[in-house]
Design a protein around this ligand. Structure first.
Ligand code: FAD
Length: 317
């Protein structure tokens, strides 16, 4: 069976959900092999096994983590040249896309970015122009290298006992041209990561100010969800860009997406329209976002959200 390389996206071994999605997709295409670069493999081992990695290539040498993306691309290229995989799957993050692009050049291979689906025949689907068009594409030269957007697949477990193989690579001087000098984590919010959360509560211009975002956060916390924001809220400086949902922000597909004070512009929809259940709170009954809503409340979010928070807390006891 064809080997499919999946680059593991992780923070010190804490595997991001996107990797479990890639492993799920990889099982459709062939036999998934996880490529683990960096430190903390002990934390990742169980997750990679339970999502069906048949093999794990372990690249734990320190210099791979000391630099930016170039060494990872070089190491992946060396591995891909050796094992001739049927495809290489990488998460569509800024880092993932840079690695994939460098890899494609090194392997003289075709690259497709931001796929939202990959068929067993390696035909990819991209959603473009804010979700108004879908494009089907396939790589016609070399090893298909595909970056896949978060939430492109529902992760499904398929326990395996992966064979672990240690891989050492000799990095070129060129790969060491930019070095990491410091890493500091953003202050922890205690909330789930936006693209991985099962519940997302987002606020838009209707929230009115940075301080008022506390009503959005309170409901998110009561529900155990993440906070999102529209671009209007982000551009107003009320919430950081890392939480923006939409075409130029994150793509989310949670079980429950609650949009409060958001009108439903096409660029916002592009980042949330595949959510399973969409709840809308907007004081304008004509707001276009209601077209997407499974449940809608026409009302002032400053009244509705605190009531909902109180109700959720009451039910939790
Ligand atoms: P508005 O459109 O102003 O809507 C505010 C809503 O709040 C209204 O419907 C109003 O009725 C309601 N409201 C007001 N007060 C209350 C209240 N007290 N209670 C309840 N409801 C209330 N946008 C994104 O979100 N994400 C993106 O990634 C993104 N990318 C873009 C990329 C490009 C290239 C462009 C051109 C635009 C992009 N936009 C994006 C911007 C997008 O077009 C909209 O301008 C933006 O989504 C509007 O944000 P909003 O819905 O919060 O604000």
């Amino acid at each position: 069976m064809t080997e499919i390389l999946v680059l593991v996206d992780h923070a010190d071994g804490a595997v991001r959900k996107t990797t479990t999605e890639l492993l799920t997709i990889a099982r459709r295409l062939g036999e998934p092999s996880a490529v683990f670069i960096g430190s903390g493999y002990a934390n990742a081992q169980a997750t990679l096994a339970s999502y069906g990695a048949k093999k794990v290539y372990l690249l734990e040498q320190a210099d791979l983590a000391e630099y930016l993306v170039a060494p990872k691309a070089e190491a992946l290229a060396e591995l891909a040249t050796r094992v001739s995989p049927g495809a290489v799957l990488v998460t569509s993050s800024p880092e993932g896309k840079e690695i994939a692009a460098r890899l494609a050049i090194k392997l003289s291979s075709g690259l497709i970015t931001d796929a939202v689906d990959v068929s067993a025949e390696l035909e990819t689907t991209q959603s473009v122009f804010a979700g108004n068009y879908t494009v089907k594409a396939r790589v016609t030269q070399g090893t298909p290298i595909i970056t896949v957007k978060p939430n492109a697949a529902t992760p499904e477990q398929a326990p395996a006992t992966p064979v672990e193989e240690k891989v050492e690579v000799v990095l070129s001087d060129a790969a060491k041209a930019a070095r990491v000098v410091d890493r500091s984590a953003r202050a922890a919010t205690g909330r789930p990561e936006l693209t991985e959360a099962a519940i997302v509560v987002s606020g838009g211009r209707g929230v009115g100010s940075a301080e008022n975002f506390s009503v959005v956060e309170a409901l998110a916390d009561a529900l155990g969800g993440a906070v999102g924001a529209s671009r209007a809220a982000v551009d107003s400086g009320w919430y950081p860009h890392a939480y923006q949902v939409g075409q130029t922000g994150k793509t989310v597909a949670p079980q429950l997406y609650l949009a409060a004070g958001i009108s439903g512009a096409i660029q916002h929809r592009a980042g949330m329209q595949t959510s399973k259940t969409i709840v809308v709170v907007n004081k304008d009954a004509e707001a276009p976002i209601f077209e997407l809503a499974d449940f809608g409340v026409v009302g002032d979010l400053h009244a509705v959200l605190p009531q909902a928070t109180e109700e959720v807390q009451k039910r939790k006891g």
